[in-house]
Design a protein around this ligand. Structure first.
Ligand SMILES: [Fe+2]
Length: 375
């Protein structure tokens, strides 16, 4: 696509493009946008903006401009040399056009039947090949869950893998938590009891993003890991019970974890939507839902919707189950996919999992950086 004309107006300049077939199209670029994003006023190493917007008077108009097929040159008041905007730059940053982003994937909502089994990747392959790791992370984002196999037989094998992705999130349970049967547990995960489907730590100001759950030892009777896609659950809820959906989206629930050392609380709805209406966060954890301090007239309706959603979450049509084997690690989006565990017999063997969290934006950042390596 080549530039065929540039027409200055009161507030901006309109570029007319001509594609290979000679068909015209136009894009309007506001002057303030062009001035603030002058490619020459970025730091050469950091690529951060060094231009200070308060150094000019808005609204601003160019003193003159010139165009070629491949660039727009603009002379701005107070600037010694003209600014050059290449046609590639103008195309890439056309106002209103969403920025290209290698980490964006279309999420696929799933239930037991449609997913069949958890998508798998091989850990040594991902470590050896950056593009395999990128693709594994994109699969993780698409389904919200991924099973890695063939990790080394050591407790820190999962940490070594996580270091290839990003920083681990520290919580009150540490930078890593070990899911073992403890004599004095501060969390039901550290018992042999069944855990219903839940998401972790809705009581945190920022809900942990991806959970990495590594199976180090597991030869007990029971203890299957079960997962359900909150994206599918929310889509079905919106279709089949829109009033319940609206209540769970709008009512802020108090969440609280407290022990001898901590009292960590938040208020947030069970369902949080993105600006485009798609699911952003699903949080669900009846164990740490605090006593609701909602008005009485809301409580009755809320409890009905809350119980119906709880029943829906437990519908086996949504659940996929697996027995984690030593050397496997399941990674799942804790803001989307619910997880649970069947009860196990602590006297039948050893069950030792360890877990940690890495935030969603760390994973996105890794995908973008890995994507730069593609040929
Ligand atoms: Fe959990």
């Amino acid at each position: 696509v080549k530039i065929s004309n540039a027409e200055p107006g009161d507030r901006g300049i309109t570029i007319t493009w001509r594609n290979e077939q000679g068909e015209p199209s136009t894009t309007a670029y506001p002057y303030a946008f062009l001035r603030d994003n002058d490619p020459e006023e970025l730091h050469p190493q950091t690529r951060e903006r060094v231009f200070d917007l308060t150094s000019v008077t808005l609204p601003i108009r160019p003193e003159s401009h010139a165009v070629s097929e491949d660039a727009l040159c603009v002379s701005w008041p107070g600037k010694a040399s003209p600014s050059t905007y290449s046609s590639d730059w103008l195309q890439q940053y056309a106002p209103g056009k969403r920025r290209a982003d290698a980490s964006v994937v279309k999420r696929v909502a799933w239930d037991r039947q449609s997913l069949g089994e958890i998508p798998r990747s091989n850990a040594p392959h991902c470590v050896a090949d950056p593009i395999a790791l990128r693709d594994a992370l994109l699969t993780l984002k698409r389904y919200g869950i991924l099973l890695l196999d063939s990790l080394q037989d050591s407790l820190d094998a999962s940490l070594v893998f996580g270091d290839h992705i990003g920083f681990r999130r520290r919580t009150n349970f540490g930078k890593m938590f070990e899911v073992i049967n403890l004599p004095e547990p501060n969390n039901l995960a550290y018992t042999a009891l069944a855990l219903p489907l839940h998401t972790d730590l809705p009581n945190q100001e920022i809900v942990p993003g991806y959970q990495f759950l590594h199976c180090y030892r597991n030869d007990v009777t029971g203890g299957e890991s079960i997962f359900a896609d909150g994206l599918k659950l929310c889509e079905d809820l919106r279709d089949e019970a829109p009033e319940d959906f609206e209540l769970l989206r709008s009512v802020k629930v108090p969440w609280r974890f407290h022990d001898d050392e901590n009292d960590i609380r938040s208020y947030r709805p069970i369902i949080t939507l993105r600006q485009d209406g798609a699911l952003d966060y699903l949080v669900f954890n009846a164990h740490i839902a605090d006593v609701p301090d909602l008005p009485a007239d809301l409580l009755d309706d809320f409890y009905l919707a809350y119980q119906r959603f709880m029943q829906r979450i437990r519908d086996p049509q949504y659940a996929i189950s697996t027995t984690l084997r030593p050397g496997e690690m399941v990674i799942f989006d804790n803001t989307r996919v619910l997880h649970s565990r069947a009860a196990f017999d602590p006297n039948s063997g050893e069950r030792h999992l360890c877990g940690y969290y890495i935030e969603r934006n760390e994973v996105d950042s890794r995908i973008r950086v890995l994507d730069r390596l593609k040929c």
